[in-house]
Design a protein around this ligand. Structure first.
Ligand code: BG6
Length: 539
């Protein structure tokens, strides 16, 4: 993860074609130019298991294309896509090209790059190779071994862009075929394994998967992805906290009343009914994405920006999370409402399903900095708005200076870090409202990324892929943190005699179940409104 500061851009730069601002060489074989201070990653063969899948099309290829545009890939790079089913490399390439063009043209896509740059695409296309192979057949791995010649110094990254049921069988066969052994190559090549979420479904399964993988590879070879950490706006939280003098002094229990972390979605289960039925909103989002946000917002400052220094601080934080009980969570399921049909009517969902599509949780971090400060987490499908953000709410002022306004009637100071779909932050504070009498009025000051920085068609996987090629694991999950996170929620997933968490109904297109409000009301808190965010003022 680069720490070079970027200068603010001029309006000319802002208006330049997003993502295509760098100079491209005429010959696709030539190295493309890279942003200042960044070097192309070392050569490697990237083996993608799941070459025909959605992740490859929607995220990995756009990210590789963007890295090629920025000249951050080595000329010697190779990309081998493995999937079951015979097909020609040409056909795979054409399919990928068509999807890339569609995403680039789609304004709603994070890869809204406009027109694709032929030069950059050709550069990527020339390095693609399709290999037919069953994920659970030893032949596939023998064939792969032959392909991994010395052309990339023996360096190889195995990316598991496949359903979680294939993680173990693939890792197993890679290990048995000796493909994870480092130092095989002429230059002592590296071997890395990238694994997508979900990493296990509870503490026992995560432990088992870790033990299995670590019987073939060192921890330093394993890159467990949580794509939320690939988002610039999430990485920026570290910059907000540790590159400014004004936040850290108040970033503690003495000043902070509560922290709210929201990942609200308007989409439903999008044809993933079968996966969702077994997973539910809590497993899908809470011990991974939302805990990662919690980790970044609450961890202690590391001594350096070194991967282990950062990951040690995050591990300490996860370790301090007080295990959740069923009493700390509220589950909901969307029913027919203004935004569409209920979850039970979605394809591949049981008519009597009790799977939750909404989860809210109250989390306490038991350490010196955060003891007693509630962190409220919520996530859900088919809610009124799409919004991922973190709001840090400060305590009221200590004394009633303005006679007609008791301190508890003042709008609290809230710093909101906006992650998606808008990118930026806002700060709610109080001023004197204009007029002859002293009246306090709440206002909001806002910052938007695109007012200061060139818009980019970054899909969030660029940094993750580039870092993995560099061997920088800062943004990846370590085995211990994954297990500590699952441990913190294990009593919710496997409730004892107290029984499972009840699932409350909410209308599709609403703010979620009313019971989630009661979770905060117990502590005298309220959720930040989902639909509007301007305190006391104009909506
Ligand atoms: C995925 C979940 O990991 O994250 C999805 O499986 C969810 O259910 C998605 O929709 C949210 O990610 P983002 O980046 O769109 O906020």
């Amino acid at each position: 993860m680069s720490t070079t500061p970027n200068p603010p851009v001029s309006s000319d730069q802002r208006n330049a074609t997003p993502g295509l601002s760098c100079k491209l060489s005429a010959n696709p074989q030539d190295a493309l130019s890279s942003p200042a201070g960044k070097k192309p990653a070392p050569p490697c063969t990237l083996v993608i298991f799941g070459a025909g899948g959605d992740l490859t099309k929607r995220l990995l290829m756009p990210a590789l294309y963007n890295l090629a545009v920025d000249g951050l890939l080595d000329d010697g790079m190779r990309i081998i896509g493995v999937n079951h089913g015979e097909r020609e490399t040409r056909e795979w390439c054409d399919d990928l090209h068509t999807s890339l063009q569609q995403f680039a043209a789609d304004k709603a896509s994070t890869f809204h790059a406009g027109k694709l740059d032929d030069n950059a695409w050709n550069w990527v296309a020339q390095r693609l190779e399709y290999m037919a192979g069953e994920f659970e057949s030893d032949d596939t791995f023998a064939k792969l071994k032959q392909k991994l010649d010395q052309s990339t110094g023996g360096n190889a990254i195995f990316y598991l862009a496949v359903g979680a049921r294939f993680f173990k069988p693939i890792a197993d066969r890679l290990g048995k075929a000796g493909l994870l052994k480092e130092g095989d190559g002429a230059n002592g090549g590296f071997r890395r394994l990238v694994i997508e979420k979900p990493f296990g479904t509870d503490l026992a399964s995560a432990r088992d998967l870790n033990a299995h993988i670590l019987s073939y590879a060192q921890e330093s070879q394993v890159y467990r992805i949580d794509h939320f950490l690939g988002k610039d706006t999430v990485q920026s939280i570290l910059a907000v906290r540790f590159a400014n003098a004004m936040f850290e002094p108040v970033w503690r229990r003495e000043y902070i009343d509560c922290v709210q972390i929201t990942a609200a979605e308007t989409i439903g289960v999008e044809g993933r009914g079968r996966f969702y039925e077994q997973t539910g909103a809590f497993r899908d989002m809470v011990p991974n994405h939302l805990f990662q946000l919690l980790g970044i917002v609450a961890m202690e400052p590391p001594n350096s920006f070194d991967a282990e220094a950062v990951r040690n601080k995050k591990a300490e934080l996860f370790d301090a999370i007080q295990p959740l009980t069923p009493d700390d969570v509220v589950f909901g399921q969307y029913e027919n409402g203004p935004a569409g049909v209920g979850y039970r009517e979605e394809p591949d969902v049981a008519p009597g399903s009790t799977t939750e599509t909404y989860a809210a949780a109250r989390v306490f971090v038991e350490n010196w900095r955060w003891a007693g400060v509630p962190f409220y987490l919520r996530t859900g499908k088919r809610l009124a708005v799409r919004r991922t953000e973190i709001s840090v709410q400060l305590k009221p002022v200590p004394f009633r200076l303005f006679r007609d306004t008791p301190v508890n009637a003042l709008t609290p100071n809230v710093l909101t870090l906006r992650i998606d779909p808008t990118h930026g932050s806002s700060f709610d504070f109080n001023v004197k409202a204009p007029g002859p009498v002293m009246r306090v009025g709440a206002v909001q000051s806002s910052f938007n990324y695109d007012d200061f920085f060139a818009e980019s068609a970054n899909v969030g996987y660029e940094t993750l892929l580039y870092d993995c090629m560099l061997g920088d694991a800062t943004l990846f999950q370590r085995a211990d943190s994954i297990e500590t996170s699952w441990r913190a929620v294990d009593d919710v997933l496997h409730p004892g005699s107290g029984g499972a968490v009840a699932v409350r109904g909410y209308a599709a297109g609403s703010d979620g179940p009313a019971e989630a409000d009661a979770l905060l009301a117990r502590d005298g808190h309220v959720w930040r409104p989902l639909r509007q965010n301007t305190p006391g003022g104009k909506p």
